[in-house]
Ligand binder design. Structure first.
Ligand SMILES: Nc1ncnc2c1ncn2[C@@H]1O[C@H](COP(=O)(O)OP(=O)(O)OP(=O)(O)O)[C@@H](O)[C@H]1O
Ligand SMILES: [Mg+2]
Length: 239
């Protein structure tokens, strides 16, 4: 068997949000390693720092202390532009509220990350976007606008957009949070398929049943990532 290759190595991350009223340490000494090809679920109570963790992992926000290596590169000290470039090349996002662009059709939404990345002609961008949409079973809806799709279809477009650039890492924050059970099932099935095909996925979910479908569950509490042996009693665990 090949040795595990880390995609994410977070060490001792402290992240503070300051407002006029209060300072909140949303992450406190967070350590996390995710290897290539893993499917990890992040679980924990509301306000424990899950979305903040995803924002740090996705280079959407910085942090006060600690270090972050993404695919072997120290990305914690990069400036805004360099962070945007790394984000665009290495990370695909799926959000609870889909976050598609209403003025663009399905094909244009999916092709957009390739346009931002640059270096690829329009024909190739379209071809890749169509291939990504084929993987999520949406080839009949290329010219539709997001508002003409169901919630489940919109999330499948968002997944196609996340995977079109063949990122090292797919980050999903409550990707089934706005979906009914049947559509949530479709989305989970797609993640399972992507995982089988080699994708590295980190997914936040409140739902213990959905978390149990990942390969590994990371539990959070009060800004801390709990060590595997310190999981609260009664929590579903899957190895
Ligand atoms: N932009 C911000 N400004 C100030 N405080 C923030 C900000 N974003 C998050 N926080 C605080 O940081 C803490 C962690 O928030 P976070 O959104 O990461 O929690 P969460 O685990 O994703 O919760 P939920 O399950 O409800 O989505 C909370 O106390 C929250 O109030
Ligand atoms: Mg959240």
């Amino acid at each position: 068997m090949n040795a595990a290759v880390p995609v994410i190595e977070l060490t001792g991350i402290n992240k503070r949000f300051s407002t006029e009223e209060v300072d909140t340490w949303a992450l406190r000494g967070a350590d996390l390693r995710i290897d290539k090809g893993e499917f990890v679920a992040v679980s924990g109570p509301s306000g424990c720092g899950k979305s903040t963790l995803m924002a740090v992992l996705g280079l959407l926000t910085g942090f006060e202390e600690g270090s972050y290596c993404l695919a072997g590169r120290d990305v914690g000290t990069l400036d805004g532009d360099a962070r945007a470039t790394v984000r665009n090349q290495h990370i695909g996002f799926v959000f609870q509220s889909f976050n598609l662009i209403g003025d663009l059709n399905v094909l244009e939404n999916v092709a957009l990350p390739l346009k931002f990345r640059g270096g690829m002609g329009k024909a190739e961008r379209q071809e890749r976007a169509e291939a990504a949409l084929e993987r999520v079973g949406l080839t009949q809806r290329l010219k539709h606008r997001p508002h003409q799709l169901s919630g489940g279809q919109q999330q499948r477009v968002a997944i196609a957009r996340a995977l079109v650039g063949e990122p090292d890492l797919i980050l999903a924050d409550e990707p089934t949070g706005n979906l009914d059970t049947r559509n949530a099932e479709t989305v989970m099935g797609l993640f399972a398929e992507l995982h089988s095909a080699g994708a590295t996925i980190c997914m936040v979910t409140h739902d213990a049943g959905l978390a149990a479908r990942a390969q590994r569950i990371v539990h959070m509490l009060d800004g801390c990532i709990l060590p595997a042996e310190a999981v609260p009693a009664g929590t579903v665990r899957v190895q």
